[in-house]
Design a protein around this ligand. Structure first.
Ligand code: IMP
Ligand code: MG
Length: 174
């Protein structure tokens, strides 16, 4: 599988950009406490690396929603597969996502989380693919804006595999 993968964003580029995002987030939340919400499974590598670059006090919680199954194309069906462990009322939430494509997943997630009355909700995504957007979402922090290609690695999967490669890759079309 790996022999068909080209590097789109290297490990060094990821590290540098995540450091910048961490600094920005630390400034923006100065004097506040933060709750990072990881959208499993794709967001996990990004969230742990980002958390290490944030200097304000923070807690972490995890949630899993699915919109894709094992398909490469969005089905439009979004369901909660795993809910948060802790209540979020009155908290400053930062949703940490791997990638925003159609925007359906985050649109749905933000709506459910808003009903639980957090103090604030912001979104941080490592990757943004704006070309395929069908639902509008307000994204506060973006690592990289990328073209409409299927990417993998650093948390993102190709049929559940390749999440563990340490860079963002793109499958070569043959
Ligand atoms: P959206 O609901 O269309 O914005 O889809 C977002 C979710 O689809 C992401 O959290 C990923 O899990 C998955 N996804 C979208 N594009 C890609 C990709 O290029 N590679 C791997 N997963 C993707
Ligand atoms: Mg995801």
């Amino acid at each position: 599988m790996l022999e068909k993968v080209d590097v789109l964003i290297s490990q060094e580029e990821l590290t540098a950009r995540i450091k910048e995002l961490g600094e920005q987030i630390s400034k923006d939340y100065e004097g506040k406490e933060l709750t990072l919400i990881c959208v499993l499974k794709g967001g996990v590598m990004f969230m742990v690396d980002l958390a290490k670059e944030i200097t304000v006090p923070l807690t972490m919680d995890f949630m899993a929603v699915s919109s894709y199954g094992n398909e490469k194309v969005s089905s439009g069906i979004v369901k909660i597969v795993k809910d948060l462990d802790e209540p979020i009322e009155g908290k400053n939430l930062l949703i940490v996502e791997d990638i925003i494509d159609s925007g359906r997943t985050l649109h749905y997630l933000v709506n459910i989380l808003k009903e639980r009355k957090p103090e604030s909700i912001k979104i941080c995504t490592l990757l943004d693919k704006p070309e395929q957007r069908v639902v509008d979402v307000e994204v506060d922090y973006v690592g990289f804006t990328i073209p409409d290609k299927f990417v993998l690695g650093y948390g993102l999967d190709y049929e559940q595999f390749l999440r563990n490669i340490p860079y963002i890759g793109v499958m070569r079309e043959e």
